[in-house]
Design a protein around this ligand. Structure first.
Ligand code: GLN
Ligand code: ZN
Length: 764
């Protein structure tokens, strides 16, 4: 009989109680013993919930004290030497030291989990000799069984994915590392089998990316080793986020189940099954409910898909499940009291997705009138949103349709604009600027809170913001920065701020998801056609400009960043959403220009992270992302200078696309990948204005003039001095006032030195 299964449940809790417990423990407000008890309560609560909903295969060991990749590393004793770990069970101080750093040792790097917004801690293999510190999946399995009578399905990250995501070893050592890890994996699984575990979910999302021949061989080796060593155990080899590459190899591995993503990899996976078949000795984990999106599923369509799959593999060998762990969605829609009924009815967070999984399983195995009615009801709710006014803004749709068939070009090419802009702005060699935000001091946050609570009225709050602008305009002038910013004091978040001022967005009250560690984000929901309804940034920018003779840059968040940091509707293509956003932002750009703002920055830090996992889809994405940026910025006069900014990622492999955005000036984070970025400019000359960040803003340390000078000189070896700008890596909102002022002073000093050194060269 077809079973239902979940792949992982959000850790954070409906009220972020997990986050709160972690932070209380870190702050020394919760004793270790209580902390463990608190987390156990949360963990059991989540298991109970899944049990009550009727999920057959409930995951255990998906829970974590921080991150599951860190857990895996720590379980295998992969603990960098600098944390002074000497074997035995790993104390929490070491565990959290790796994640967050200690006063003596820097934290391990963290990075994005495939194309999601979840960040994992990158294991550092370097010089450690791995050894099993504890069998974490076994502990989780026993707990669920003893406390709740649940026959859990332990989840563990597979060896190939783990290795590929780790760093600190050379390609040539991969096999040696595999030989070190495999016995540990074997031991873990062996102990699970001895305990009587039925199913283990081994996550290998790396199988949706391109593998080289050596990795394919390793894959075979891993799973044949495990199959021989632990014959009695059922392994569900779980993939997600896309369709698997090397389908035939994967399905012929000696495992008992293969989990495929039939949401994000629907076309590819379905086609593979239809053309190559699915082996008769295996169970198919059918990921039909989207583990990453927030929308209710069209259950009629899902049921149809499941029938097709059941025909291919038989109902007995089918498991209905989510496409990936539910880690990536908020917990429940239940408490959302402020959303429109239409919208709320169309949403499904983790709990609602579990209900869908169970309903679909029943719909497949024991259909009856009641189940059919429920399935139809879900359809009706989706339709209601579909027919809402929000999704049918004809004016927006028509405007976007006509704009997106035109080529979004500036009236003149850069070379000509550049001359006109130099003529107008008379900027010195190596103009200095910052990225937009200045320190959001306790005072700033307090004022915003009071205003939100109604304790400050609008006038008072606006006056407060103007005061902050005054202060920082003076500081910038006094330091001698050439192009100023107003400081973004009115914004908490660069996406939310715009979402709140545009139509088509909704904000949940509790829709948090884990981003990294205890840090959670609450992405806005783009649920309708996006519409500009009024000026968003003109007031503050115009005010700032009125206080100084120097140019003040307007500051907007770009269309792709707004989209990539939101949950978005799925009834239209992402490309269309991007164009709607671009069109709305264009109206703001024009309003700023009208108000006399002659330099406008449109930030796109998130362009890179939206890149599809499949290489053959990347060019298309980049093309429409570039186009969206151009749509939002192309209508200004040639003397209006368009800036953009990028950070968080390594951009060296997409310089062409960045150049195609045709921004007059880009400021780009450089510290973290300096060498590679500089190298890419050696290979292709960048022909527009560019500032490579000359200092890292993630640390309170004040960089010296010499350090910045050397960054500048290195950059000038590969970039045209005439087009070079000087700026920090990113916005300064998380920094303190003193360190910010001191760092910027040094930056301006370094600029003066560079000007002196290069002025003669420029004349010659
Ligand atoms: N303008 C924004 C700021 O300075 C940019 C932030 C970002 O790049 N993430 O804060
Ligand atoms: Zn940035």
């Amino acid at each position: 009989m077809t079973k239902s299964s979940a792949l992982g449940y959000p850790r954070i809790g409906a009220d972020r109680e997990w986050k709160k417990a972690l932070e209380a423990f870190w702050a020394g407000k919760l004793e270790e013993k209580e902390f463990h008890a608190r987390l156990q309560e949360i963990r059991l609560d989540h298991l109970r919930k899944q049990q009550a909903k009727g999920i057959d295969l409930i995951p255990v060991n998906d829970f974590s004290y921080y991150d599951h990749i860190l857990d895996t590393a720590v379980m295998f004793g992969i603990i960098p030497k600098r944390f002074a770990y000497n074997g035995g069970s790993v104390p929490l101080s070491v565990y959290y030291g790796i994640a967050r750093g200690t006063k003596d040792a820097a934290a391990s790097e963290m990075t994005k989990w495939f194309n999601t917004n979840y960040h994992y801690i990158v294991p550092e293999l370097n010089d450690v000799s791995p050894a099993l510190t504890e069998n974490k999946p076994l502990i989780a399995y026993r707990e669920a069984k003893e406390k709740l009578g649940i026959e859990g399905k332990p989840v563990i990250v597979g060896p190939l994915t783990f290795l590929k995501l780790s760093k600190g070893y050379d390609q040539s050592e991969t096999d040696a590392w595999l030989d070190r890890l495999l016995p540990l994996y074997t031991q873990v699984l062996q102990e699970l089998a001895d305990e009587g575990v039925q199913w283990v979910q081994v996550d290998e999302p790396i199988l949706v990316t391109k593998l080289n021949d050596a990795d394919v061989q390793r894959l075979n080796k891993i799973y044949s080793t495990l199959a021989t060593a632990v014959p009695g155990l059922n392994i569900m080899l779980q993939t997600y986020f896309e369709s698997v590459e090397n389908y035939e190899t994967v399905v012929s591995l000696p495992v008992q189940g293969i989990g495929l993503d039939f949401v994000h990899g629907l076309a590819g996976n379905l086609q593979s099954i239809e053309t190559s078949g699915f082996p008769e000795d295996k169970v198919l984990g059918a990921g039909v409910i989207d583990g990453r999106g927030i929308w209710k599923a069209s259950l009629q369509a899902k049921l149809k898909l499941l029938h097709t799959l059941a025909e291919l593999v038989t109902p007995e060998r089918l498991i209905v499940q989510s496409s990936c762990s539910l880690l990536h969605v908020p917990v429940t829609t239940e408490r959302e009291a402020k959303l429109s009924v239409e919208l709320k009815n169309a949403l499904a967070f983790a709990d609602e997705k579990l209900d869908e999984i169970v309903l679909l399983t029943k719909g497949l195995t024991s259909p009856n009138a009641e189940i059919t009615a429920q399935i139809n009801e879900a359809e009706r709710k989706l339709q209601a949103l579909q027919h809402s006014e929000d999704r049918n803004r004809t004016a927006v749709q028509e405007a976007v349709a006509s704009i997106s068939v035109q080529e979004p070009n500036r009236s003149q090419p850069f070379a000509e604009r550049h001359v006109a802009q130099q003529d107008k702005w008379q900027l010195p060699l190596f103009p200095t600027t910052t990225i937009g935000s200045f320190p959001q001091s306790a005072e700033v946050r307090k004022a915003r809170q009071l205003w939100r609570k109604g304790e400050l009225n609008n006038e008072q709050y606006e006056a407060f913001i103007r005061e902050q602008i005054d202060i920082w305009i003076k500081i910038q002038e006094e330091i001698g920065i050439d192009v100023l910013v107003h400081g973004e004091f009115e914004r908490t978040d660069m996406v939310e701020f715009f979402g709140e001022k545009l139509d088509g967005f909704a904000f949940t009250q509790y829709g948090w998801v884990q981003s990294y560690g205890s840090r959670c984000v609450k992405p806005p929901i783009i649920f309708g056609d996006v519409a500009f309804i009024g000026e968003m940034t003109v007031e503050e920018t115009k005010y700032a400009q009125s206080q100084t003779q120097r140019p003040v840059k307007g500051m907007l968040t770009g269309p792709i960043t707004i989209m990539n940091w939101s949950f978005v509707r799925e009834d239209i293509a992402r490309e269309q959403i991007a164009y709607q956003l671009a069109y709305a932002l264009r109206q703001e750009v024009e309003a700023l220009e009208q108000a006399g703002i002659g330099m406008i920055q449109v930030d796109e830090p998130a362009v890179r992270e939206g890149l599809p996992l499949k290489e053959n889809e990347q060019a298309d994405y980049l093309a429409w992302a570039v186009k969206a940026f151009r749509i939002s910025t192309c209508t200004v006069q040639e003397t209006t200078q368009i800036h953009t900014h990028m950070c968080y990622c390594e951009f060296h492999d997409m310089i062409d696309s960045i150049e195609a955005m045709d921004a007059d000036v880009i400021s780009i984070e450089t510290s973290r990948s300096h060498g590679e970025l500089i190298h890419s400019f050696e290979l292709n000359t960048y022909k527009l204005g560019i500032g490579l960040g000359v200092y890292d803003i993630h640390s309170p340390r004040v960089p010296s003039v010499e350090e910045m000078s050397s960054m500048i000189e290195r950059a000038l070896r590969v970039l045209d001095p005439e087009l070079f700008w000087i700026n920090p890596d990113c916005g300064l909102k998380t920094r303190g006032l003193e360190e910010t002022v001191a760092s910027l002073r040094n930056m301006v000093d370094a600029t003066r030195i560079a000007r002196a050194n290069h002025a003669t060269a420029a004349v010659l």
